[in-house]
Write a protein of this length. Structure first.
Length: 79
């Protein structure tokens, strides 16, 4: 019985820890432009002509880098 309780406890700890990591870059929305190479926050002044929404992890995977003007670098949670 003790090993069953221990197994349930370990499994529940794993579920709690893994659910915390789901909010890393997967839920963060950034914006890119048609011709740009940077990702931006929604209020950046560079988003005048186009404003294409994208998830942060996808923007990073596609080679976009953070805009220095709107401080989009703060959105990155990767070390």
């Amino acid at each position: 019985m003790t090993s069953l309780i221990r197994a349930v406890f370990v499994a529940s700890c794993f579920l709690v820890l893994s659910s915390c990591s789901l909010t890393d870059d997967e839920d963060i929305r950034v914006y890119v432009t048609k011709n740009g190479k940077k990702y931006h926050t929604g209020t950046c002044e560079h988003l005048v002509k186009s404003k294409i929404p994208m998830k942060l992890n996808l923007a990073i995977a596609e080679g976009y880098t953070p805009c220095q003007k709107c401080n989009a670098k703060q959105l990155t949670t990767k070390k």
